[in-house]
Design a protein around this ligand. Sequence first.
Ligand code: IPM
Ligand code: MG
Length: 360
Amino acid sequence: MDCRIVTIPGDGIGPEIVREACKVLDKVAQVYGHFFHYKEVLMGGCSIDAFGVPLTEEALETARQSDAVLLGAVGGDVGNSRWYDVAPNLRPEAGLLAIRKGLNLFANIRPAYLYQELANACPLKKEIIGNGFDMVIMRELTGGLYFGERYTKEVDGVLQATDTLTYNETEIRRIAVKAFDIAMKRRKHVISVDKANVLDSSRLWRKVVEEVEKNYPEVKLEHMLVDNCAMQLVMNPGQFDVVLTENMFGDILSDEASMITGSIGMLSSASLNESKFGMYEPSHGSAPDIAGKDLANPIATILSAAMMLRYSFDLDKEADAIETAVQKVLTEGYRTTDILSEGCTKVGTAQMGDLIAERI
Ligand code: IPM
Ligand code: MG
């Protein structure tokens, strides 16, 4: 198979983790007889340095012409960076929002899975962890507060800022359909998270999700209020299979879910549109403090590459091979600093990539 992959290394640890993911993809190509053609584009702070904007039209167009995008991370140290002394729409993160919207990547899939090998790093008590957990957060990614009208103005001498939260039924339906589709391939249980006791947008969300449910008689649907969900995630994480939620709630809950896996350095993510096209990236940020020191954990990006093979290229066997290789390396006791525990072998970013590639 021939696949055109646009890589966006981005800032901070982005370039080094994308390099390792490509190393693993190259091994997959070699073993399974595929051809991955890479094209690299700039986004985030590096694009601001080169072109004065976090995402150029050309970069967006190049991504649009590809079969899938593999992204590292964008952004720098917010408190201390030339990239942040500019208008919000020119900051590195604006590039990320622009590419999500520009490629219509409305469905953000964030798995949160507890590796038994890393159970020690999980901050929850053993009795709460039980047999572990394996959930997928389905976050709506191109609507809601992130993309609503916003402005700041002075009213009677007092500054006032406004952000608006809007969803229409089409936006809700398409993300709900993706969530139910994914649930059908898993344990067939969707928990839809909203704030229907307060928000109109949540009441519409519930109504549309219930309409979609009618087409999936095998899937069990539950509704949960977002504040309760935040609590349930740390009280009984094993109850979740697919969590379906809007943009802002999904942003917050996916950080919480990642934290209970022990390390955000392990979590992959995929952002999809209506077709097979997707952008794949680790759930973590650019970690500028450890950039270039061979300390970053490349596993989240490598697992994101596996998601790319599965969702965009239908290469399930190859995706399994990557996931199995990651599992093996962990079982054999290799760890980057962020997931290091007693008795394990500490390795750097590049060596972790080598070890995983060797096991494909
Ligand atoms: C994420 C990040 C982004 C978001 C930021 C960097 C804009 O936190 O992908 O979760 O809020 O969506
Ligand atoms: Mg976030």
